[in-house]
Design a protein around this ligand. Structure first.
Ligand code: SF4
Length: 211
């Protein structure tokens, strides 16, 4: 996709949704961190259902440690991989208290040293909590970027680098959520909704597949 089309694509995303954000429910950076850890291989809806019960009871590192592993599992047992996630969350809570005064660190190395926090989760926190123009590449962003020729790559890291080079700076802060929401609701994995897509007039994928 050439530069002019990329600019037009994000201009249209911006016009349609000037302030996109995560669909995970949270009120504090800690709640968002826990929600993002829980969201791996799970829908945001499923996470929101679990955290709607968990957060009123425990929404700080200390409160979750007090719940204990079995207590925490009771709240998250509807979520994929909940056994591992419970272990990771408890260890993350311990490290947050021991090394960061119970706060969420605002730099990548410290975030990625927390159990259950990989590059994607760290990027979501840096972008959504600390307002950095960083793009977290999840399954939707990986698919859409490759499909549109926005950024091609075989790994999320390659796509992230490609997006960083391709997206104009003025759109980078919101780019993560625009592409994610586009992939979740319009440019879906199967049967993308091209007829209602706001960029179908210059989408090469659509042109090639609608012949
Ligand atoms: S036209 Fe279709 S394939 Fe192209 S971006 Fe829109 S939904 Fe995706």
């Amino acid at each position: 996709m050439d530069k002019a089309k990329i600019y037009e694509l994000f201009f249209r995303f911006q016009q349609a949704n000037p302030n996109p954000t995560t669909e995970l429910n949270y009120r504090t950076p800690f709640e968002l961190l826990i929600a993002v850890i829980l969201s791996a291989q799970t829908t945001d809806k499923g996470v929101n259902k679990a955290t709607a019960r968990l957060f009123p009871v425990a929404n700080t590192p200390m409160a979750i440690i007090k719940l204990g592993e079995e207590g925490l599992k009771e709240y998250i047992k509807t979520i994929n991989l909940f056994n591992n996630k419970a272990k990771n969350i408890l260890q993350t809570c311990r490290l947050l208290l021991e090394q960061h005064g119970g706060e969420i660190p605002n730099h990548r190395a410290a975030l990625e040293s927390l159990p259950g926090v990989g590059r994607k989760t760290a990027n979501v926190i840096l972008n959504t909590v600390f307002k950095e123009p960083i793009i977290a590449v999840d399954t939707h962003i990986f698919r859409v970027s490759n499909r549109l020729g926005l950024a091609s790559g075989k790994t999320p890291w390659q796509v992230e680098e490609g997006l960083n080079q391709a997206i104009p700076d003025k759109f980078k802060y919101h780019a993560h959520h625009w592409i994610l929401l586009h992939g979740r609701y319009t440019c879906t994995a199967r049967n993308p909704r091209c007829q209602e897509c706001l960029i179908h007039d210059f989408c090469d994928y659509y042109r090639e597949h609608s012949k």
